[in-house]
Design a binder for this molecule. Structure first.
Ligand code: HEM
Length: 321
């Protein structure tokens, strides 16, 4: 029985790796080198302006990319607006009144009328991948080479957005399995969760953790309760990272070791479980975290991309052509 299970696990890992490798093989950092060489520069300067205006924008765009990739692949489906005849993902439970940053995306030229991109417009999915990387780098985080060549979806799925994205009350087992379903390891999951070193969360997402969980530092719980009453104030915001919410560093893991994780799901990574030793490593070794985060972002960005002639190059990111 044990060897059967082991064989199944190895087979599953192997097929996940194969899917990932096939996807990677179709994407390339040089995809726009001849057709649109200025694309990375345009995205970088748009992000620099946006993050300069509001540092949180780096966090919001990073989260948009995660929420896009986890729902049927990195295909910009999250950017499609709802219409009378089309239900997109923007109002799915994890996104509605929560995901933000859509407007930065729209201000990056991506249509054929733009002079710079006239020869061949790039896709919304690729712009989102570049923007997520640039936002992290602008707040002092690692850089990585973004694989490009994704096409844009012509469909979206609100129900998949509701079921595929892990929620803040997830257990460690849930977190590991929801990332495994996307071909990402527990190590990838723990490194990617370090994205919570930037950005903010609403009271409704962490209330039960600071009032009812036992794996919380009492002083930290009391501090957060000041901005998050036991009833009401659902949309009150607090930073996910206690001290440096606008700096992409490894403090998130130091918080977890001190039992100062904001979300229940954050603290699950350091609660006498399998990820404790990795959290400890990242808490003292910022380089190990930066390296693993960058590698995991490349893997996440390769989840089920549409390539070749699949999908389309959307002229307006908010609607199908
Ligand atoms: C491991 C499972 C995860 C869970 C359960 C989770 C859950 C959440 C929740 C509940 C919020 C606050 C949303 C709100 O208050 O409206 C949030 C914010 C955020 N999440 Fe996650 N998340 C996870 C993984 C990730 C990953 C993998 C990334 C990116 C790589 C990410 C990036 C962010 C960022 C940057 C924010 C702040 C956004 C902002 O300030 O606009 N999260 N997350």
């Amino acid at each position: 029985m044990a060897s059967f299970i082991r064989r199944q696990v190895i087979l599953t890992l192997f097929s996940a790796a194969l899917v990932l490798c096939t996807a990677m093989a179709q994407l390339s950092p040089a995809f726009y080198a001849s057709t649109c060489p200025s694309l990375p520069r345009i995205v970088r300067s748009t992000m620099a302006q946006a993050v300069n205006r509001e540092p949180r924008m780096a966090a919001s765009i990073l989260r948009l990319f995660f929420h896009d990739c986890f729902v049927n692949g990195c295909d910009a489906s999250i950017l499609l607006d709802d219409t009378a005849t089309f239900t997109g993902e923007k109002n799915a439970f994890p996104n509605g009144n929560s995901a933000r940053g859509y407007e930065v995306r729209s201000s990056t030229p991506s249509n054929p009328t733009s002079k710079l991109l006239a020869k061949r417009p790039c896709t919304c999915a690729d712009i989102l991948a570049l923007a997520a990387r640039d936002g992290v780098a602008l707040l002092g985080g690692p850089k990585w080479r973004v694989q490009l060549g994704r096409r844009d979806a012509t469909t979206a799925s609100q129900s998949d957005a509701n079921s595929n994205l892990p929620g803040p009350s997830s257990s460690l087992a849930n977190l590991i399995s929801s990332f495994a379903a996307k071909g990402l390891s527990a190590r990838d999951m723990t490194a990617l969760s370090g994205a919570h070193t930037i950005g903010q969360a609403r009271c409704t997402t962490f209330r039960s953790h600071i009032y009812s969980d036992v794996d919380v530092d009492p002083g930290f719980a009391a501090l957060r309760q000041q901005n998050c009453p036991s009833a009401g104030g659902d949309d009150n915001l607090v930073p996910l990272d206690l001290q440096t919410p606008n700096r992409f560093d490894n403090e998130y893991y130091q918080n977890l070791v001190a039992k100062k994780g904001l979300l229940h799901s954050d603290q699950e990574l350091f609660n006498n479980g399998t990820q404790d030793s990795l959290v400890r490593l990242y808490s003292v070794n910022a380089r190990a975290f930066a390296r693993d985060f960058a590698a995991a972002m490349v893997k996440m960005g390769a989840i089920s991309p549409l390539t070749g002639t699949n999908g389309e190059i959307r002229l307006n990111c908010r609607k199908v052509n």
